[in-house]
Design a protein around this ligand. Sequence first.
Ligand SMILES: Nc1ncnc2c1ncn2[C@@H]1O[C@H](COP(=O)(O)OP(=O)(O)OP(=O)(O)O)[C@@H](O)[C@H]1O
Ligand SMILES: [Mg+2]
Length: 410
Amino acid sequence: MNPVICIKELNHYYQEGGRKKQILFGVNLEIHTKEVVILTGASGSGKTTLLTLIGCLRSVQEGSLKVLDYELNGASEIERMKLRQRIGYVFQHFNLLDFMTVLQNVMLSLELQKDFTPGDAKRKSTEILQAVGMGKHLNAYPRDLSGGQKQRVAIARALVHRPPLILADEPTSALDRQTGREVVELMTALAKEQGSAVLIVTHDSRIFDITNRIVRMEDGQLDLDYQGRLSVALPTLSDNQLTEVIPQIKMLTFQPGEIVFRQGDVADKFYIVMEGEVEIILEDPDSEPKLLKTLGANSHFGEVGLLHQAKRTATVRAANGTTIKVIAFDRTAFQNMMLNSEMTSALLNYEAMKIEQREAKNRPNVYQQLPLANQELQILEDYCRQTSRTKIDVLSELVNQLSNQLKDNE
Ligand SMILES: Nc1ncnc2c1ncn2[C@@H]1O[C@H](COP(=O)(O)OP(=O)(O)OP(=O)(O)O)[C@@H](O)[C@H]1O
Ligand SMILES: [Mg+2]
C-alpha cells in the first residue's frame, strides 16, 4: 500500500522584508496507514509550516509532497480544497465556532461531504460525540465547556468523517497534563479504530510514549529517524526505553576538523555518531598526536570519560572532509539510560573498561613529562591523595624504612 504521506526533498520559503527566507530544507518523510507519528522540535524550527503544507493549507513551492497519493506540487486551489475534506484537523485552540452548538460544530464537518443527508450527519455526529465522552453536552455552546471538553469536540469534528489522515498541531498545549494525555489517547485510539494515520506536532514530551515513531525538526531539517537510528546504535534499549531517551537528547553538528572534546576536558556527555566520521586522538605534549581510531555512523564515544575517569582520556574531532552529526546525551540523560537499561549499562561498562585498558597502555607516562625533581613530588602527591595520607606521614615512614635498610646493610 502506498504511504498516506510521501515527502521528497521539500523546501519552503517565506518572504521576509522583501527577502526570501528558507524555512524547510530538503525534508523527506513517509507516513503509512495506521501509523501515529509525533513531530517535535524547537520553536520556530518549521513544524507548523510542514503541517500546513501537508494539510493543503498552503501551496507547495519546491519538492514533492504527496498526500493520499495526490501530488500537491502544482495542485490547484480547488484540488487542494477537495483533498482538505479528506483530512481531519485538530488545533491548539480548538477552533470551534462559538455561535454553533457542540453537535452543530461536528455536523458541519459532515455537511461539507457530499454523501451525507442531514439525518445521517446528526446520527454520526451524535455517535462520535458519545465516543469522546461528550454525549451529555450535544446542545451546549463551546464557551460553556472546559478546555479538555472543547478539545474532545474538536477531535470528534476531526474524526467524524473518518478521514484517512489526521493532523494535530499542539493539541495538548492549552490543556493540563492529565487532560492533555487523555485527549491525545482518545484521539489516537479512535484513529486506530478507523484505520487513519495521525501526525501530531507537539513539544509535550509527556505524550511521547503514545507512539514509537518520533521525528524531530531542527532548523527546517527533518532529522533522521531518531528511534530507528538509536535502536541500531544501542540495540540493547527496548522501545519504551528509546521513547524515554529521545526527549532528553540533542543533535549537534561539527564542521570538518572541529574538536568535539579535548583530552583532559571534564567529561559531561555521551555521543553517538549519526553522520560522518570522528577521529579519536591521543595527545602527548612531547610527540605528535596519535590517531587511535576513526568511528563512523552508529558508533558511540564518550562513555569512558563518564564511567571511569572524570576527564576525557583522548581528544575527539570531526574527520576532515565531512560535516558530522552526533546525538549527545548529557550526564543526567546518560545516567538515566544506564539506570533504565541494565543491558546497555553492562555493555557500555564492558566496552569502557576495554577501551580504558587499551588507552592506558598508549597513554604517555604522566610523570615523565615533569622535570626530575617535580616528578618525585608529583608521585608523592598522587600517592598521598590515593591513600588519603599526609606527606609528613608518608615521608617519615620512608625515612624510617631507609634508616632500617641502612642499619641492615651495616
Ligand atoms: N507567514 C509567515 N511569514 C514569514 N515567516 C513565517 C511565517 N510563518 C512562520 N514564519 C517563520 O518560519 C519559521 C518557522 O515557523 P513555524 O511556525 O513553522 O515553526 P514551529 O516549529 O511550528 O514553531 P512553534 O513550535 O513555535 O509553533 C519561524 O522562523 C517563523 O518566524
Ligand atoms: Mg507551530
